[in-house]
Design a protein around this ligand. Structure first.
Ligand code: NIG
Ligand code: FE
Length: 454
């Protein structure tokens, strides 16, 4: 059972953090503390991270995200400390007042270290079986992603592997990947279905995601992506009916997903079909987000705006008018530089988004076809070199803006009193070293809800 929903029925409303959302978008906030957070409260996760050379708070100053010029404001504190009590940030500053300090506190010396919010990966295809290394070799030999997909490879190949795979095996495979994500500093991630493409296997994937969320220390937020491709044995019309009238009602009833996602792209799902799926899912309480403008511009941006999506993801092919349309909508532009690198396609126009006050998030899009890496730091490096994003903009893109993309910026994505104790400690004298020392993992510790998990 999806714990975020479970909580809303189990927990006292007074325990829910006050919402900080101030934008034009009125998105339902995920409710925390979670069941797991309550467990943590019982075992007292009190940590004092002392005397860090730099703390990057990434505070959005009472709003949901950082956009425009504010995307480069990092909230730098020097020679400061963070006190996390019962899994939540209780205090941030120079010297902890003696009366705040509890007895059973773990102290971490962060002298000459950099501390920032735990990274948030707002777009992953975490759960799958098999691999597509053969397709990768074909691409290196000159074939494109689209050519391989049109010749019967691509997403549907992974669908065959997922359908044959047991739930237990899918979980085991995903757990190893989650360990990798954590090692690179990720404390929260989104994970999609989309390799089942029938009722049984889409539900199987979402059950795996929900169980992983319950069992592991990181937060994993499930997205239903039944509309990822058309299964080989169905017509588009038949499959759309299954999505609309079987999958969405069943998934919503069992509260297996928070988000509804669609691959809005030529040869996959049109803007009109996306709109239909969104409207049905919204009526069942799901929140829309969208894969769009990866290869062609076919109306996904307008559809995302019309349905108040939380984020639009990919955006490699954007008309200037579409950049303008996103202005003032409160929708996060989630760019995926690893896909551009891996598929050798153009990069999303991150600078145009920032210049037009559109908040930018960066995510891995970890998946077997278009970006096979859990290393979010490598993608941050690509964003610097290939998208001309500044280090500060990049750090906000994987923390507070990614939190906004997942509707959790009221409780995660920045180091502020009252928020989850999710932080990463880097063994480096200043934050510029993070991009400078590329391809190497400089994470020293990862702390989730006040507990050291790496
Ligand atoms: O986000 N573009 C659609 N979906 C994935 C690729 C999935 C796959 O190739 O398996 C993406 O890039
Ligand atoms: Fe994706």
């Amino acid at each position: 059972m999806f714990k975020f929903f479970l909580l809303s029925t189990l927990l006292l409303p007074t325990l829910v953090l006050p919402t900080l959302e101030l934008s034009t978008l009125e998105l339902p906030a995920l409710e925390l503390p979670t069941l797991r957070t309550l467990c943590y409260i019982c075992i007292m996760n009190n940590i004092l991270i002392e005397n860090a050379k730099q703390i990057l708070t990434c505070s959005p100053e009472g709003t949901r995200f950082k956009s425009g010029k504010a995307q480069s404001e990092i909230g730098l504190l020097e020679n400061s400390s963070i006190y996390i009590e019962n899994g939540k940030i209780k205090w941030v500053g120079k010297k902890l007042p003696a009366d705040l300090l509890k007895k059973n506190v773990k102290k971490i010396n962060a002298k000459n270290k950099v501390v920032m919010p735990g990274f948030i990966d707002s777009h992953t295809h975490l759960v799958f079986a098999g691999d597509r290394a053969n397709e990768y070799a074909m691409r290196l030999a000159g074939k494109t992603y689209e050519e391989i997909a049109n010749a019967g490879g691509g997403i549907v190949n992974t669908v065959d592997a997922v359908r044959k795979c047991s739930k237990e095996k899918l979980k085991e495979l995903a757990k190893k990947r989650i360990d990798n994500f954590i090692s690179f500093g990720v404390t929260t991630m989104e994970a999609k279905s989309g390799y089942g493409l029938d009722v049984k296997n889409e539900i199987k994937m979402l059950e795996v995601i929900n169980e992983l969320n319950d069992e592991l220390p990181v937060d994993i937020i499930p997205a239903f992506l039944g509309a990822h491709a058309i299964p080989k044995d169905k017509t588009k019309e038949e499959y759309l009916d299954i999505i609309l009238y079987e999958m969405i009602p069943q998934i919503a009833k069992r509260k297996l997903a928070f988000f509804i996602d669609v691959f809005c792209e030529m040869y996959y799902f049109s803007a009109e079909e996306t709109d239909k799926i969104f409207k049905q899912a919204i009526s069942f309480g799901l929140v829309p987000k969208l894969h769009t403008n990866q290869f062609y511009s076919i109306g996904g941006i307008e559809t995302a705006i019309a349905n108040k999506a939380s984020s639009v993801d990919h955006l490699e092919v954007m008309k200037e008018s579409e950049v303008q349309q996103l202005k003032d909508t409160g929708i996060v532009a989630c760019v995926l530089p690893g896909v551009s690198y891996f598929l050798n396609i153009q990069y999303a126009p991150a600078r145009r988004f920032i210049e037009n006050d559109v908040p930018v998030a960066i995510a891995t899009d970890f998946n077997p076809g278009s970006c096979m890496t859990e290393n979010i730091q490598l993608l941050m490096s690509l964003a610097a070199h290939k998208m001309e994003m500044k280090p500060e903009e990049i750090i906000n893109a994987v923390t507070i803006n990614a939190a906004a993309a997942l509707c959790i910026s009221d409780r995660a994505g920045s180091i502020e009193v009252g928020k989850q104790g999710d932080v990463v400690i880097f063994d480096m004298p200043d934050y510029n070293n993070l991009l400078y020392h590329f391809g190497v993992n400089c994470v020293e510790s990862v702390i989730k809800n006040g507990k050291v998990i790496n």
